[in-house]
Design a binder for this molecule. Structure first.
Ligand code: GLN
Length: 450
């Protein structure tokens, strides 16, 4: 049924870049046989899932939304994908994304934008807009995302779905094509809080193949999602994330959600996190710096696109032509910014300063979590914008991640939950932020609100 729905709607939504109909049916049949043979399988056995196209999959291409990797089939599965297969989930295909996960709309994908099922003239968020569109349109009940600056939460907010960015290190990055390694974190996309928790429990856990992997107990997430009482929970409203630039309809739903939290027993306070004001500029130095280094491997020599190799050119010329042909405009912009920010003579002024701001943001979180158990804000200042509206203005595009970025810089757990529709009829998300390693708190709040 899901495959038929993909056939029907994907030509409009462009949520999937690759669908493996035969592979999915074969995987589903194999699981049916194991269950028929009496094997006890987990709760997600047989459930279809879409996988963002930056997770390595041995049996499907992994393009990262880039011409650079068009048609490339990895020689191994990412740890998360391996865990999905072991738990019996059925991978139906790979979902569209901004090129190498840079963007907030999927418009930087080399394979065209995905569309928001609520209004197909609008963006489904980014970079994981293929996953959010697929889940919102019921093409699959679950999907995988990766969140470097908001790419799970912002797409969830603008499509009325649930998106979780686990604590950095909670879910293995092994085999997820690196964008900005100190910020990247894989996580679940789902339609309900319990579905997200079920998937989170499957993909989380320590992995020897990821040097930054944490050994955490993730067994309480599904139980936490069943909560409907928030008595004693201290909720802090981030004072910096309101005011100018925030849609009235977004703020109206946000204020209502806060009142519902109070009605469920939570104590609400307002908390100032002054360094959050500098999170966006700090991110747009640190992220391009790490990205420029990570994307250096796409040189046309080892794998991926090779251009201009006609036997007359030097290796340097072929590298240069391959990168010219393979990368889109945003990738090039960030490679240049990142290389500049790291260059001798400028590294202290730019990269070094940004790292200091990062420390101040961590300090703000530490102080805030002495006074409250979770922080809340709107996930995004506005609802889904129109396709094309922000492509010519990178700063306007970057503003979509204003509220989500601090959690990536600090590494703590953060989520977006749907809290109704704005005056324009489009979904609004509530961002909930918990301290590092306290991911259960996200599910407790999300579950109580649902
Ligand atoms: N939109 C942000 C960026 O362009 C976040 C991307 C992400 O989380 N992958 O960098």
């Amino acid at each position: 049924a899901f495959l038929d729905r993909i056939d029907e709607l994907n030509p409009t939504l462009n949520a999937f870049l690759h669908v493996d109909r035969e592979g999915a049916l074969a995987a589903a049949r194999a699981i049916d046989e194991r269950i028929a043979a009496g094997e006890q399988m987990g709760p997600l056995a047989g459930v279809p899932i879409g996988v963002k196209d930056n997770f390595c999959t041995v049996d499907m291409p992994t393009t990262c939304g880039s011409r650079m990797l068009e048609g490339w089939v990895p020689p191994y599965d990412s740890t998360v994908v391996r865990r999905l297969r072991e738990a019996g989930l059925v991978i139906v295909g790979k979902t569209n994304m901004d090129e190498f996960a840079m963007g907030s709309s999927t418009e930087t994908s080399a394979f065209g934008p995905s569309r928001n099922p609520w209004d197909t003239d609008r963006i489904p968020g980014g970079s994981g807009g293929g996953s959010s569109a697929a889940v919102a349109a019921h093409l699959v009940p679950l999907a995988l995302g990766s969140d470097t600056g908001g790419s799970i939460r912002q797409p969830a907010a603008v499509t009325g779905t649930v998106g979780i960015k686990p604590t950095y290190g909670g879910v293995s990055r092994y085999g997820v094509v690196a964008m900005a390694s100190s910020l990247d974190q894989p996580g679940p996309c789902a339609r309900t809080v319990t579905d997200a928790a079920l998937l989170h429990e499957v993909i989380a856990g320590h992995d020897d193949m990821d040097a930054t992997s944490l050994d955490l107990d993730h067994s309480g997430l599904v139980d936490a999602a069943a909560t409907d009482d928030l008595t004693g929970l201290r909720v802090g409203i981030v004072d910096e994330f309101r005011g100018e630039g925030y849609d009235e309809g977004v703020m109206a739903r946000f204020d209502e959600a806060v009142r519902r939290l109070e009605a469920l027993g939570a104590e609400v306070v307002t908390i100032s996190c002054p360094a959050f004001t500098y999170a966006l500029p700090a991110y747009y130095l640190i992220q391009p710096a790490e990205l420029s280094s990570n994307l250096a491997r796409f040189d046309g020599m080892r794998y991926g696109l090779r251009a201009g190799d006609d036997g007359t050119r030097s290796a340097e010329e072929v590298m240069s032509l391959s990168r010219e042909a393979g990368f889109g405009k945003e990738a090039k912009r960030r490679i240049i910014i990142g290389t500049y920010a790291l260059s001798a003579g400028y590294a202290d002024q730019y990269y070094g300063q940004a790292q200091k701001v990062r420390t101040l943001i961590i300090e703000d979180f530490r102080a805030a979590f002495e006074r409250c158990d979770v922080l809340v804000s709107p996930t995004t200042p506005t609802t889904a914008f129109r396709i094309g509206e922000r492509v010519a203005d990178p700063m306007a595009m970057y503003m979509a991640d204003l509220c989500t970025i601090p959690s990536n810089l600090a590494g703590n757990a953060s989520a977006s939950f749907p809290i109704g529709l704005s005056d324009d009829g489009l979904p609004v998300g509530l961002q909930v932020i918990a301290p590092t390693m306290e991911d259960t708190r996200l599910y407790r709040v999300g579950g109580a609100l649902e």
